[in-house]
Design a protein around this ligand. Structure first.
Ligand SMILES: [Zn+2]
Length: 258
């Protein structure tokens, strides 16, 4: 990481000095320290990769204990605002969308009967995402979609490689909608669903029949029309291709449960 990305000196952190807002004698809570660091990252516009003070220094600045500071850092890691690097320290991360997938996944775990609602939501998000991508995508984004499609065909035969390649293909095209909220929510929903749908194959280390290496051409044929619609800027074809992919995958998944 470039040194220029580190905070220039510790002075930016001095605004957090002292146990402000607490009653006398009451220990400063981890939630409060996390909230103050979050506020500072936002208000000072600290960039991705900026280094946080050491836990020891943060404890001195905030008049909190070391364990409280450690707990505050963990809260921020879960929120996608901080990254902990072993032996190196903590750094600013500006990816709160990473906690979206954990939230969606927990919602599904607590109510697996809601899976059909999540499948519907994915279809709606992808349909709108592809419609927007058809209007806005650049040649570079289409090229990224083509590379993702090749990766997807090459992943046939491995459930885990497939999960990552399928997520990458769909997310690459939805990202071309240029709406970061839509793209992040879509990716969280897709990632949650695909991990849920393939959980039995992941657990047993097996591959569904239609995901064998010999089926690469079928998998390409199912996904290529989505990419072609974006490339050709054909909205009607895009909506149909997304719907067809949705229906065929639902059939395959229902028919081939191990
Ligand atoms: Zn797919």
């Amino acid at each position: 990481m470039a040194r220029s990305k580190q905070t220039d000196g510790a002075e930016v952190w001095q605004v957090m000095r002292g146990p402000a807002g607490r009653r006398d004698g009451e220990p400063v809570a981890a939630q409060e320290i996390a909230g103050r660091v979050e506020q500072l990252i936002v208000s000072a516009g600290l960039p991705e990769g900026a280094r946080l003070p050491s836990e020891r220094d943060l404890a001195l600045i905030t008049a909190a204990s070391r364990p409280t500071v450690s707990q505050a850092i963990r809260i921020l890691v879960v929120k996608g605002l901080v990254e902990s690097r072993r032996g190196s320290g903590a750094y600013v991360r500006r990816k709160p969308e990473t906690s979206l997938a954990a939230t969606v996944s927990l919602m599904l775990s607590l109510n697996t009967e809601s899976v059909a609602h999540l499948v519907d939501l994915r279809l709606w998000l992808e349909t709108d995402g592809i419609t927007q991508a058809i209007a806005r995508s650049t040649p570079a984004e289409v090229a990224a979609g083509e590379a993702a499609l090749r990766e997807l065909a090459a992943s046939a035969g491995s459930t885990s490689a497939w999960i990552s390649a399928d997520t990458q293909f769909h997310a690459t095209l939805v990202r071309a909608s240029r709406n970061p909220y839509l793209a992040s929510i879509y990716e969280s929903v897709h990632e949650t669903l695909i991990n849920y749908e393939y959980r039995d194959w992941i657990a047993s280390g097996t591959v569904p029949d239609w995901l064998r290496p010999s089926e690469a051409a079928f998998l390409t044929a199912l996904h290529e029309p989505i990419l072609a619609a974006v490339r050709d800027r054909d909205e009607q074809a895009g909506r149909l291709a997304v719907l067809r992919h949705h229906q065929e995958m639902a059939q395959h998944l229902a028919a081939s449960r191990p």
